[in-house]
Design a protein around this ligand. Structure first.
Ligand SMILES: [Zn+2]
Length: 365
């Protein structure tokens, strides 16, 4: 039973929108939500009658490498009308002028306006180290992942991340995830307790996912953020459970009372897709849920949901991809523990509505 106060709060919160503030480690979470996402400030630079807002590190007056990469792979930007740049061609031929990668917005602006006309060292030159796709097994994955940049990672971390993408998504699914460009940045600069977040795209740059370096190994956080991304951009997803309810295509911006559904569906699909299974390092949403519903401990709920979604929670067991993963979500979500996740479990400002309740209401509409 809900108290009157809870009901009022639910009603008030229902019409507000909320962006996906990231995946929290439950044990680290404290204080109110709304922790600001770390964003680069930008500098306005005029070039040939246009003003560009180029990200800049204010201390050094240099453009962050991840931002340069995000501009490079946003191929619908920086061209004439109705044109798209081809990142494979650009990266395979070195231009006559190669700009250094340690560069100010003022020096970079001719490239920012027209990435085809010149190159930036390490970004669209042949030796670019943000696009190490050559170890992937499938030619299709290699081609598709040339539009995914991995910044701030060691070579080994980058291989690890690229393999997770290849193993957990079909080539068609990878293609949709990468279509408008995606930068995955490995960084410690995140609000306290946030392991990873899906930041969307802005300012003529590609989509952006950030993940903390210490959680790359268990494969869970990066896959969780990629599932959010796929839910946002893959046009083949056509069910209220399968696609994000975001009001924007550029970022995840969902009504407050649907946040729990967004997270629970993402958690369940992540459990279905995880290859070479090992339990996650932190219990995240299950931890929040466990604190409210003391009937089961989080580790048991995680194991059960993995068994329900993928058939086995044994160490090293394989997961599902493509239509098999999608079908499992449709068929099995109702049986999971995570369907009981409520917004109020992980954020005191969200309404006490569970993912299951939201899904039922949406299906009736
Ligand atoms: Zn999430």
């Amino acid at each position: 039973m809900k108290s009157r106060e809870q009901r009022d709060r639910s009603r008030r919160a229902r019409n507000q929108l909320r962006d996906d503030q990231g995946r929290f480690a439950s044990e680290l979470r404290s204080g109110p939500s709304g922790a600001p996402v770390v964003e680069y400030p930008t500098k306005a630079v005029r070039y040939r009658d246009r003003t560009y807002h180029i990200p800049v590190d204010k201390k050094t007056n240099r453009v962050p490498q991840a931002a340069i990469a995000a501009r490079f792979i946003a191929t619908e930007e920086g061209t004439g009308r109705n044109q798209r740049r081809n990142v494979i061609i650009d990266a395979s031929v070195d231009a006559d002028i190669i700009l250094p990668k340690d560069i100010s917005p003022e020096e970079l602006v001719p490239w920012w306006a027209n990435p085809n006309m010149l190159d930036v060292e390490g970004i669209d030159t042949k030796d670019a180290d943000l696009f190490e796709v050559y170890d992937l097994r499938k030619k299709g994955s290699q081609d598709v992942q040339r539009k995914i940049a991995v910044a701030g990672a060691t070579s080994e971390q980058q291989q690890n991340i690229r393999r997770i993408i290849e193993d957990s998504f079909t080539v068609r699914e990878q293609k949709e995830i990468a279509k408008e460009g995606l930068v995955i940045t490995i960084t410690d600069e995140m609000p306290a307790g946030v392991l990873g977040s899906t930041l969307g795209k802005r300012g003529g740059m590609a989509y952006n996912i950030r993940v903390r370096p210490d959680v790359i190994d268990d494969g869970e956080t990066i896959l969780h953020e990629l599932v959010h991304q796929s839910r946002l951009v893959d046009p083949k997803r056509d069910d209220v459970l399968l696609k994000t309810r975001s009001i924007s295509r550029d970022e995840i911006l969902v009504p407050c009372d649907q946040m729990a559904l967004e997270e629970a569906a993402t958690v369940a699909e992540t459990a279905a897709r995880k290859q070479n299974y090992k339990p996650p390092k932190t219990d995240t949403y299950y931890g929040f849920m466990g604190r409210w519903r003391k009937t089961k401990n989080p580790a048991d709920m995680i194991r059960e949901d993995r068994e329900i979604m993928a058939g086995s929670a044994d160490e090293g067991s394989s997961g599902l991809r493509g239509q098999k993963a999608i079908k499992s979500l449709i068929k099995n979500f109702d049986k999971t523990n995570i369907k009981g996740l409520s917004g109020s479990h992980f954020d005191s400002t969200l309404p006490d509505v569970t993912a299951e309740e939201t899904l039922k209401a949406l299906r009736k509409r």
